[in-house]
Design a binder for this molecule. Structure first.
Ligand SMILES: [Mg+2]
Length: 317
């Protein structure tokens, strides 16, 4: 494990470096507080730190306070090294964010034991962090398709709305619904239905830009978000998605299944709430279904509605 030793006194620094290396640690040694903070703010910062209190530049307590304020989810474990042994000094050191302290002159075996405690804490912290990340991922992922679930895509839409407002860029959304999805389940079984959903996700992924995103909004419904699209590009994209489904059959569980999708799209007017915008997309989707499916319909107020794209209805099968 990598340890940062920050100590201005040459003799103490050399001794620390020598014993830590003897114990198998990978040691990085610095001579003042500014170097120490720079090392600790690096991406690959050491997680275990032996920090002198009194140093040129920032002192140890100031470094602790700065690191705690940074709210890193995986903060370093800091052992403060100090000749200041008064109760109030120790309290101040721990309150500034140090995890532990050792008085100078230090005893080697005590230092070693305290470093071990630090390693154990870092290990636990790391495991906890990974468990939390895993839980977050599960809470935001649709298990069948691996894409964002309803909660995640709505969260994303919320932040894209904030970004569109801040950067004064356009924002389109669309709701895509697989036509007659129930028939697929009825005729080919639920496993085939699941595979169709997965194949839809792959085809949508290949049809959108890397800044666009989409999630599973409901059973066979997907919510698509297109931030900062050039005028007219949204029509091309939506038409491409419609075509990528209708043009080629899906080979699913030894069956060749032809599906089509309907889409309802809306451009955010900058004042609608998220719910109002989604409702407009839903209305447009409803019209796409009414008008024969396998087509894209636009919210009437959205600019694209003035110049509707030519719709090529797919062959109903
Ligand atoms: Mg010192």
């Amino acid at each position: 494990m990598k340890v940062l030793v920050a100590e201005d006194d040459l003799t103490t620094r050399s001794i620390l470096k020598a014993v830590l290396m003897k114990w198998g640690y990978d040691v990085e040694a610095v001579r003042d507080g500014n170097e120490a903070l720079a090392a600790l703010l690096r991406e690959d910062a050491p997680k275990l730190v032996v920090l002198d209190w009194m140093m040129p530049g920032l002192n140890g307590v100031e470094i602790c306070a700065t690191l705690r304020a940074a709210e890193n989810p995986l903060p370093p474990y800091i052992i403060l090294l100090t000749a200041r042994g008064k109760k109030e000094d120790i309290v101040q050191g721990l309150q500034s964010g140090a995890n532990d302290y050792i008085l100078k002159p230090f005893n080697n075996e005590e230092l070693r034991a305290r470093l071990r405690v630090g390693e154990r804490m870092i290990d636990l912290q790391h495991q906890l962090f990974q468990a939390i990340e895993q839980q977050k991922k599960l809470a935001y992922t649709d298990p069948l398709t691996g894409i964002a679930n309803r909660r995640a895509i709505l969260d994303r839409l919320e932040s894209e709305m904030a970004r569109a407002r801040r950067d004064q860029v356009s924002l389109w959304i669309a709701i895509l619904d697989i036509d007659h999805f129930k028939r697929i389940n009825d005729n080919f079984g639920h496993l085939a239905g699941d595979r169709v959903l997965q194949e839809c996700v792959e085809r949508i992924s290949r049809s959108i830009r890397k800044y666009d995103c989409f999630g599973r909004y409901g059973g066979e419904e997907f919510l698509l978000i297109f931030p900062a699209v050039e005028s007219g590009a949204e029509m091309q994209t939506l038409e491409r998605i419609r075509k990528t489904m209708a043009d080629r059959e899906m080979n699913v569980e030894d069956n060749s299944i032809h599906i089509t999708v309907s889409l309802g799209a809306v451009k955010w007017n900058g004042s609608d709430t998220m719910d109002e915008m989604i409702l407009k997309a839903d209305d447009a989707l409803y019209r796409a279904k009414q008008n024969g499916r396998n087509r894209v319909e636009y919210d009437r107020q959205s600019p694209a509605a003035k110049n509707p794209p030519v719709q090529v209805p797919g062959t109903e099968r």
